[in-house]
Design a protein around this ligand. Structure first.
Ligand SMILES: Nc1ncnc2c1ncn2[C@@H]1O[C@H](COP(=O)(O)OP(=O)(O)O)[C@@H](O)[C@H]1O
Ligand SMILES: [Mg+2]
Length: 241
């Protein structure tokens, strides 16, 4: 579904993503684990069309999208849930969700959107009672749920998630990651970036370890969870001898 080859991204003369290649197949959760500053957000923002690659190709659903505009990438079915949620704080939750659905509403899919909203309230029951509240008045966890719901209501094929756990209490993190597993079982494909390795590796099928803009390791979930370097540097365990 997504195939990235030799991607390089720069801010001015500063190279931050230094030639990474990876793929995401339909129905998978793929995770990119990396410390603060490794280049995770830069990678996702490039895939979403918010930054232009300096070099490399990005193919999404058999189309070349490297350097394409965010609107066009979104219309193909790729959606970013950005780091820090990025809701419109002074608008209601309902308005934020409708913004996610604008393309469908514009196409006249009002009934379909209403039906999908109901499904989202089943996935995140916390949202419904808050529909008419200002998004900025919600807790961090509730805002993250709204941000995910806003992306889902557009019916994406591939969801890019940038550190959904950031700043959230453990219980809320759990409900968000439970939702990701449910979404995969419904056929959604997810590319998740996380600083908290155990969270990303816990839900993924495959993963990549990003260090200073390069992949240090890649493998299946089990391979990475067993890898001495992952255990030591990312999971805080001493490898067994
Ligand atoms: N707009 C920007 N201009 C210049 N440097 C940036 C910009 N955004 C991020 N960086 C730098 O790029 C590196 C990677 O950032 P980022 O992709 O946000 O990392 P991560 O999401 O893994 O924490 C960091 O060193 C950061 O300081
Ligand atoms: Mg980031």
């Amino acid at each position: 579904m997504l195939s990235v080859d030799g991607l390089r991204v720069r801010y001015g003369s500063l190279e931050v993503v230094k030639g990474i290649s990876f793929s995401v197949r339909e129905g998978e959760i793929v995770t990119i684990i990396g410390a603060n500053g490794a280049g995770k957000s830069t990678t996702l923002r490039t895939l979403a069309g918010l930054l232009s690659p300096y070099q490399g190709t990005v193919m999404f659903r058999d189309r070349k999208i490297g350097g394409a505009r965010p609107y066009n990438v979104a219309a193909l079915g790729l959606r970013l849930v950005p780091e820090g949620r990025q809701l419109f704080p002074d608008h209601t939750v309902r308005e934020n969700l409708e913004l996610g659905a604008y393309l469908r509403l514009w196409r006249g899919e009002r009934t379909g959107v209403a039906k999908d909203m109901e499904e989202l309230f089943e996935l995140f029951p916390q949202i419904r009672p808050r529909l008419d509240q200002r998004a900025g008045s919600l807790s961090g966890g509730e805002q993250q749920m709204v941000a995910i719901a806003r992306a889902l209501i557009s019916q994406p094929r591939l969801l890019l998630m940038d550190e959904p756990s950031l700043g959230l209490a453990p219980m809320l993190i759990q409900s968000i990651f439970d939702a990701l597993i449910k979404l995969r079982s419904r056929g959604l494909t997810i590319l998740l970036v996380e600083q908290m390795a155990w969270l990303g590796l816990g839900v993924c099928d495959r993963g990549y370890i990003l260090e200073s803009g390069r992949f240090a390791l890649e493998g299946s979930r089990d391979e990475l969870l067993r890898h001495p370097r992952v255990l030591e540097a990312y999971l805080g365990k001493t490898p067994r001898s």
